[in-house]
Design a protein around this ligand. Structure first.
Ligand code: ARG
Length: 461
């Protein structure tokens, strides 16, 4: 069965059918397709194309199809062009000639936009829940070690001491922005395209606002040509997905390092690591490596649709059928990665003494000393110079910060005071970083409290 056979003398070639068919992937849209068609049947009744009785027959037949479509048998032997064709063929088997009315004043061009929007709307809600659950796990891990000190890095060189919760909150912020991006993407997804026809607007006077309300859309699209040619809403989703994957990939990279024998800060649970078939001692962070690896697939999906859309003439072109697989791929890989990361976070334990020692044994306090000098009136460039010389001297003599006494410090440069020797302990300097967003214990405690409140909002509590 074709939805467009009349104009053709012969049917499509076997190769073309195989090449152009999309049912094997767009069947994931079936629930959206059916619910959309039920709403459309109600719209057809309102414009007088269907009687109330016909509408009811159709809606009930669609309900039955929806239930049947959950069984694999539903698709057995189906060789329809796409999911929309399949649904209409199955509808015909149920209500015969009445099925011929369901596509009145409707095009697959708007139908496919509708279906993807309905599907994405649900998927965005699932994604936001997964993000919030991950953030919750991160806050829990932060509160487990409220005072743990780690060296923060730039260039992967020890830079300044920060609190462990401060480090985790940095990722919390990234995931919170991801959450926001999905919320924004949802707003652009949640617009009703139906009523646009193939490209020029439907020839039937549909109450589009009523259809929008029926399907839970916030508003209606404003231009029928735009509807046929637009996939921005899907790209918004995929950009948000790519950015979230980028964040997941970066925390994965951190934790692969931090759980290595070189760092030894973190212990990942047995449940999220695997061994080697040859080397009995190995405990490999495969879960994190896979998250990092899947990031490439999501970026690839985003790029794929982005490039597909570039250069398409207005309005719909069949190229656009290539949208679905990347959308599903990005959504699936992101959902899987978020779920995995949450379990990794829940499995992780910190050995606080190891990063604390790493901070103490290095010169992460150098900035604290330079700033103390500047606070005492030494111009900062000079203070920087003095602290730099102190580090150089220590490196030469093989001295750690804790090897210095107050007397030696004062003797090193007259700008130093005995008081400043307390800054050799990283936690002292940290106390000065009281600005909002800084790593002082006070700032971090309040950031944690605020994070709890923000998360509760995301979780709808
Ligand atoms: N399977 C098609 C797609 O996903 C549906 C729209 C078909 N429209 C058309 N004019 N051939 O793009």
């Amino acid at each position: 069965m074709k939805l467009w056979g009349g104009r053709f003398e012969t049917g499509p070639s076997e190769v073309f059918e195989r090449f152009s068919g999309s049912l094997h992937f767009d069947k994931r849209l079936i629930e959206a397709d059916i619910r959309g068609s039920q709403a459309f049947a109600r719209a057809l009744e309102r414009v007088g194309i269907l009687t109330a009785d016909e509408r009811q027959q159709l809606v009930e037949a669609f309900d039955a199809l929806l239930a049947e479509s959950r069984e694999p048998a539903f698709y057995e032997g189906a060789d329809d062009e796409d999911v929309h064709t399949l649904v209409i063929r199955k509808l015909k088997a149920k209500v015969a000639g009445l099925a011929d009315k369901i596509h009145t004043g409707r095009s697959r061009n708007e139908q496919v936009s509708l279906d993807i929007r309905l599907w994405l709307r649900d998927q965005i809600d699932i994604t936001r829940e997964l993000l919030a659950a991950l953030m919750q796990a991160m806050l829990k891990l932060a509160r487990q070690y409220p005072d743990a000190v780690i060296p923060g890095y730039t260039h992967l060189r020890r830079a300044q001491a920060v609190l462990w919760p401060h480090y985790l909150l940095a990722y919390f912020e990234m995931f919170a922005r991801d959450y926001e991006r999905f919320t924004q993407a949802r707003a652009r997804v949640n617009v009703l395209p139906l009523g646009s026809g193939a490209l020029a607007g439907s020839g039937f006077p549909f109450d589009r606002e009523a259809i929008a309300k029926d399907l839970g859309f916030d508003s209606i699209t404003r231009n029928s040509m735009d509807v046929s040619g637009d996939r921005d809403f899907a790209l918004d989703f995929m950009y948000a997905a790519s950015t979230a994957m980028m964040h997941l990939s970066r925390i994965s990279e951190d934790w692969i390092l931090y759980s290595s024998e070189e760092f030894r800060w973190l212990e990942l649970g047995d449940g999220v690591t695997s061994g080697s078939s040859l080397m009995p001692q190995k405990k490999n962070p495969d879960s994190l490596e896979l998250i990092r690896g899947k990031c490439g697939r999501v970026f690839g999906s985003f790029t794929s649709l982005f490039v597909t859309m570039k250069g398409l003439p207005m309005t719909y072109n069949r190229d656009m059928q290539e949208d679905k697989e990347p959308i599903f791929e990005a959504a699936d890989q992101l959902a899987g990665s978020l779920e995995m990361m949450q379990v990794v976070v829940e499995s992780a334990t910190l050995r606080p003494e190891i990063p604390a020692a790493a901070a103490e044994d290095s010169w992460v306090v150098a900035t604290d000393l330079a700033e103390a000098l500047a606070r005492n009136g030494t111009p900062f460039h000079k203070a920087h110079q003095i602290a730099g010389r102190l580090v150089l001297e220590s490196v030469r003599a093989g001295k750690k910060p804790s090897d210095w006494t107050a007397e030696e410090l004062v003797a090193f440069a007259p700008e130093f005071t005995a008081e400043m020797a307390k800054l050799f302990v990283p936690t002292e300097g940290m106390k000065t970083r009281v600005v909002p967003g800084g790593t002082s214990p006070k700032s971090v405690a309040s950031a944690l409290d605020q994070a709890d409140v923000r998360l509760a909002q995301m979780l709808g509590k």
